[in-house]
Design a binder for this molecule. Structure first.
Ligand code: SAM
Length: 381
């Protein structure tokens, strides 16, 4: 591969991102034009074949095209595996090089200014870290990655590309106090609640940008401003994003199986789950009253679908069958009723958009709010 070939592809990627409106800030445009993204993309990547992920050795032309495709996320690790070989199969992506359109839209939303210090949680491939280092300088950037193998690969790629930001291998939920205070914190993994350490390590007036997890879908991107009083608050952005979860905020092992509620009396279900799956916003907000609940859907042998909810904390569970539209609910919390009630509230409010919701974080508790006054508690950060 010649340097010209990668340069040409990079220029085209930058032009496409600019046309799509994802590169409005000239400083990010210059950074995207400067960082050789292919150096952060391994030749071995996990490719979805319709049933699951398979580790493949990409041919050079495909690898290079993938590296400069603004809309392609490249899955670099699945099921936390570090020893995989081409042909191996897996299920859940655990590290990736996020598609450039999202990386740059998030960096734009971070509203970084020259001279500011940034803490990134989730180094991944190191590409977004390189953009930050290119834009702000090595000394202004700290990036934390939990997986030692992923961190090592990112470190090598950054060094080879000439960047020397501070890389930390560890749990990003703790931030990195030694580098504080930061002006900006950006997470590239989804959180069920904002780790309070991020608020503590951000200067008053600083911003925290993080993808949100949810009970029914991991979706939503919040930008919080840190106050003088140890709190942080801010609204969701108009466009949500879907990211893999921060380790430590994943669903508990073994929770992802349908509950057996055969002995529970079925009742008519008043909300069809197909209405919720029409949009990620609907799924996200309908899950607000049931944080920590695990959800799934299963196609049964008789052609019907079973939608289920399971609350590991209280043992409550719900199963809804379509097209019969019957629901069985057990335990202290009637999970499906809570979901349906929140969805109906949203319809009555006139289907408000994501930016009408926000998050407030205090030392002791945090919650999602809607500007109408309704609020939902989040787990402690
Ligand atoms: C979507 S990837 C990062 C994408 C990256 N910014 C890029 O464009 O290449 C998310 C990363 O977050 C990391 N991660 C998950 N939990 C973490 C934690 N508790 N602390 C730090 N990193 C974490 C994962 O290992 C994964 O590499």
């Amino acid at each position: 591969m010649t340097a010209d070939a990668s340069q040409e592809l990079r220029s085209r990627m930058v032009a496409r991102l600019a046309e799509a409106g994802d590169l409005r800030d000239p400083a990010w445009r210059a950074a995207a034009a400067a960082v050789p993204r292919h150096q952060f993309i391994p030749r071995r990547a996990w490719v979805h074949d319709g049933e699951g992920y398979v580790l493949a050795e990409l041919p050079e032309d495909e690898w290079l095209a993938a590296a400069y495709d603004p809309e392609r996320t490249i899955v670099t690790q699945v099921d936390d595996r570090v020893d995989a070989r081409p042909g191996d199969r897996g299920t859940v992506p655990t590290s990736s090089a996020t598609m450039p359109s999202i990386v740059l839209a998030m960096l734009d939303a971070l509203r970084v200014l020259d001279g500011q210090r940034v803490l990134e949680i989730g180094t991944g491939s190191g590409y977004s870290t390189a953009l930050l280092a290119e834009r702000l300088g090595d000394d202004q950037v700290v990036s934390v990655e939990v997986d030692p193998a992923v961190a090592a690969a990112a470190g090598e790629a950054l060094t080879a590309a000439g960047y020397k930001p501070r890389l930390v291998t560890g749990d990003g939920a703790a931030g990195w106090p030694a580098g504080a205070p930061y002006d900006r914190v950006i997470a590239t993994c989804a959180i069920t609640a904002v780790p309070y350490s991020w608020v503590q390590q951000t200067r008053p007036g600083g911003l925290i940008l993080a993808p949100l997890a949810g009970a029914l879908v991991d979706w939503g991107l919040v930008c919080l401003e840190v106050g003088e009083d140890g709190t942080a608050a801010g609204r969701l952005l108009p466009e949500g994003v879907m990211f893999m979860r921060l380790r430590g905020h994943r669903d508990p092992d073994g929770a992802a199986t349908a509950p057996d509620l055969a002995g529970v009396q079925p009742e008519p279900a008043l909300l069809d789950p197909h209405e919720l799956v029409e949009s990620n916003l609907r799924l996200w907000l309908a899950g607000l009253p049931i944080p920590g609940v695990v959800a799934g859907a299963e196609d049964l042998a008789d052609g019907t679908t079973r939608w289920w909810l399971r609350d590991p904390a209280t043992g409550s569970a719900a199963c809804l069958d379509t097209p019969a539209m019957t629901v069985r609910q057990a335990g202290p919390r009637r999970l499906w009723d809570l979901v349906a009630d929140t969805y109906r509230w949203w319809l009555k409010e006139g289907r408000p958009g994501p930016w009408t919701f926000g998050v407030t974080v205090t030392p002791g508790r945090q919650w999602v709010w809607h500007e109408s006054g309704r609020a939902w508690q989040l787990p402690p950060g």
